[in-house]
Design a protein around this ligand. Structure first.
Ligand code: GTP
Ligand code: MG
Length: 445
């Protein structure tokens, strides 16, 4: 997600770390780098200028606060400003019974987001339902019913007009959280405004959330302001951050619109959805990783923090390896998990590395059962004769056994590389990370 933007930001931060002195010239040099990165991500020129001025003003000729070197202060300022710039925290939606209306233009991701949001509430112990108020596009209601099945929640679609459907659902539904899907249009024209106002009147939503695709870039600002003026919004969800270089621009634009970003969508799957926390988000972009996020994600799928930590540290035996692949599969693709690990986001993970097919998983399970405790702990002792024995005992082939051991070693190597990798472990960046609670200390223990 936002690979290019993240890479440029990483370079900018590393550049500061490598500077031998911080003066007017070097600050301007770094700020120019930052400007280039932001403009490439389609951030509004005016915003870029404002951010640059603010950073320069704070850092040039500044006396760093006690306890910080000028370099650390520069890094902290840059980080703070970018966080501020990409969004003041709006916080999660509250975990209480409520009515949420999703609005937005054609194809912005409303219906998919309804499903993701339902799942989000469900995994936090609330009972959600969805209401199919898009009567404009022929297949819209069927799409929502499918998502309802996937998420295991009820979908209400009784009625002809959006308002009637909403009314009927409000009468009938017993769910604690009701998520109303609405129809899109090419533009926020009179017809759409009227329809949304009508629905609003019937539903009396606690939240009206605008769904905006990240590929809009800086144009997201206008759209957010327009919707806000005409129908009033309480938050924004930015979707499709996985597929565009303009995501930085969209996030910045949505932020200045003032409504606040609640969630981001990072893929087509129902679980490709996260709370938007600018601090964490920027930390991840610049390569500090996202311990907090990983632990939370782990919690979502029932993995204990201990287990997650073990995964991250590459400390596991063959025995645990198997259950961890299972866990990882629950947590989504490995590359997504890796994005959250400090220092790992720069690593290129071979595609399909963790996506072991089901048939293979079964065979591996049998293979591991046929091993002695010693073999499970120290697979290096498994030579040709033992491979033959294990293959026979488990009803698999010798190449299956070799394949498992090879895969185990590869995964361990990759994960260890991230842990022992250079980069942010020492020097001002690491100290900075510690000071500002970005979680590096979790990795050092
Ligand atoms: N890659 C990616 N695709 C997404 C994301 N969110 C939605 N999509 C895809 O975008 C397309 C449109 O999504 P919908 O949820 O149908 O959008 P909508 O706003 O309901 O569209 P209309 O009802 O036609 O206005 C679908 O193919 C989705 O799978 C995301 O976060 N990432
Ligand atoms: Mg839709």
């Amino acid at each position: 997600m936002l690979d290019k933007f993240g890479d440029s930001l990483k370079k900018t931060f590393r550049k500061i770390a490598g500077l031998s002195s911080i003066d007017k010239e070097t600050v301007e040099l770094v700020v120019r780098d930052l400007q280039r990165a932001l403009l490439q991500a389609d951030v509004d020129v005016e915003l870029v200028a404002k951010l640059s001025d603010s950073i320069k003003e704070k850092v040039i000729d500044a006396k760093p606060p006690p306890g910080l070197t000028i370099k650390e202060y520069f890094i902290k300022t840059l980080y703070d400003e970018i966080v501020d710039f990409l969004g003041k925290e709006k916080g999660e939606l509250s975990l209480k019974p409520q009515k949420i209306l999703l609005i937005g233009l054609f194809g912005s991701g409303k219906t998919s987001t309804a499903g993701k949001l339902a799942k989000w509430f469900q995994s936090r112990g609330l009972k959600p339902g969805m209401v199919a108020c898009d009567t404009h596009r022929a297949a819209a209601q069927e799409q929502l019913r499918q998502l309802g099945k996937k998420a295991g929640v009820n979908v209400y679609d009784d009625g002809k007009k959006p308002e009637d459907i909403a009314k009927n659902a409000l009468k009938k539904a017993k769910e604690e959280v009701l998520i109303f899907d609405s129809a899109g249009r090419d533009a926020l024209d009179k017809e759409l405004a009227k329809e949304l106002k009508g629905m609003s009147k019937v539903i009396k939503p606690d939240e009206v959330i605008l769904v905006i695709p990240a590929d809009l870039g800086q144009a997201a600002r206008n759209q957010a302001e327009e919707f806000n003026k005409l129908v009033g919004i309480t938050g924004i969800i930015v979707t499709k951050l996985d597929g565009t270089a303009r995501g930085g621009g969209a996030l910045a634009a949505a932020s200045v619109s003032g409504a606040g970003i609640r969630f981001i969508g990072t893929g087509e799957g129902i679980g490709d959805f996260q709370t938007y926390d600018p601090k964490r988000f920027v930390g991840k972009l610049i390569g500090y990783g996202d311990i907090q996020g990983l632990l939370e994600k782990a919690k979502d799928v029932g993995i204990s923090p201990d287990e997650a930590k073990k995964i991250m540290e590459g400390e596991f035996t063959l025995n645990e390896f198997f259950s961890q692949i299972k866990s990882m599969q629950k947590m989504g693709s490995l590359s997504k998990v890796m994005e959250m690990i400090p220092g790992a986001s720069g690593l290129k993970i071979p595609k399909g590395f963790m996506d072991v097919q089901e048939g293979k998983m079964k065979r591996w399970e049998h293979i591991i059962k046929s091993m002695t405790p010693d073999e499970k702990k120290e697979p290096d002792v498994i030579k040709a004769a033992r491979i033959r024995r294990i293959a026979k005992g488990s009803g698999t082939s010798e190449s299956d056994v070799r394949g498992l051991i090879k895969h185990y070693k590869q995964v361990k190597k990759v994960i260890r590389m991230t842990k022992g990798g250079k980069g942010f472990k020492r020097g001002p960046l690491a100290r900075f990370a510690k000071q500002f609670g970005m979680g590096m200390e979790d990795m050092e223990s």
